[in-house]
Write a protein that binds this ligand. Sequence first.
Ligand SMILES: Nc1nc2c(ncn2[C@@H]2O[C@H](COP(=O)(O)OP(=O)(O)OP(=O)(O)O)[C@@H](O)[C@H]2O)c(=O)[nH]1
Ligand SMILES: [Mg+2]
Length: 470
Amino acid sequence: MNVPVFVVVGHVNRGKSSIVSTLAADDSVRIDPMPGTTRRCREYPLVVSGETLYVLVDTPGFERPRQMLAWLRSHETTTAKRRGVVEAFVAEHRGQKTFREECSLLEPILRGGAILYVVDGSQPPSAKEEAEMEILRWTNQSRIALINPIGQSDYTQQWRPLLNQYFNLVRTFDAQGAGFSDRLRLLRGLREMSEANHEAIDRAIEVLDADRAARLEDAAGAIAEMIVAMLLLVKQKRLAVDADIEPYKMPLAKRYYDRLRSEEAEGRRRIQNIFGHPHLSVTQERLRGVDEDLFNIERWNHLGVTKRQLITAGAATGAAAGGALDVAVGGSSFLAGLLVGSAAGGILSWVAANKLPKVKVKGIPLGGNLLQIGPMSNPGYPWVVLDRSLLFLELVTSRAHACREKVELADAPAGEKAAEGRVAHLPVADRKKINEAFSVLQHQPKTAAVDRATIGLADALSVLLHDRYA
Ligand SMILES: Nc1nc2c(ncn2[C@@H]2O[C@H](COP(=O)(O)OP(=O)(O)OP(=O)(O)O)[C@@H](O)[C@H]2O)c(=O)[nH]1
Ligand SMILES: [Mg+2]
């Protein structure tokens, strides 16, 4: 099977390299606001599990399309021989400075690459671009036009009829906003455009789908392992019987909460690597630490719920007190599920559930004291971590490789509408399975039960991620 080659061409600074970066899932492609960034052709293969699915060729932009077209016209004999004239042009000007960019971008096309012509939908068509399109038509290669909206203005309506005259297919494709499904949709379009590539593109779509599913499964495993490590974490310090305990408490608590944060950071690095975004820079408000209110909802709105809802949920659980676990977990608010495992329903249980671990002191039988903090007893904590993980994963999985800006996963500032949480919208059955695993991990932290709960959690997350993001 031939590997399809797509040559990305267009005017300077129209987002050609951005499209290459997104379609090849490669953030090493140079993208820059300065025109003329790409000086020579470069191939970017998309390789999945050792198999090259297709190759993108990044090219410099046209520099002198009108002069080139004038040359072509002055050498034209018959319409059928137009491609030969383009070949003659490249043969004559290769290595010369004047038409360096034109020769460079036409060579991979004349070798058989399909054309992806990129225009900026936020700028009106120009005479130069009409000349470019005419040149591309002369090559007689299969070709598709991509309208990439760079700025705010929208000239799509002017572009479409014009592009339709020159290209087999016209699509809008936002190089920086395109997610996985947009990439697949474009691939299907490319399949229609070029019969020679049907089989290879079908194969590429199949491999990409399977690869996506495998990555989501890996991510589910990474999130499960991270949450388990956080829930089971314990920090201890042994002190001689006459040692003053107080100066050791805060440093131990700090080590504990720092470690929780670094577990989360490590989990995120794993997710970034799984989805091929190692350089993505995301900031988010840090997880709460000792003596901080985990659910200070005025600031901590990632769960997408208000304090009023929390209290109502607590009261609802109180009303159902004595009822089965299912009643609480199956309730319309996930927070009912949050409260499962705490002593009683009602506001009091909610307040009790609010507490984060503090350092406790135990006597050691042979003398001395043991300071200990952890494991994480707060039933809401794993939900908070899961919610943050889902938001993070969503960001990473939907990120186009052309988008290099830093992102902030911000909490809603006080008084503003709550940022949408994710766990609040999970199907009840999923929430229940996850809750069961959390509950085992927090109440029966014995090896066999932990192993089973970790697997159960990874499985539940895997189904959930597949349903939402595959
Ligand atoms: N907002 C937005 N900006 C974009 C998009 N695509 C490209 N850009 C920006 O446009 C500028 C040029 O993008 P490149 O991908 O380098 O364009 P190019 O056509 O390869 O440019 P040359 O190599 O110089 O011809 C960069 O600053 C990009 O960040 C897009 O879809 N949305
Ligand atoms: Mg470029």
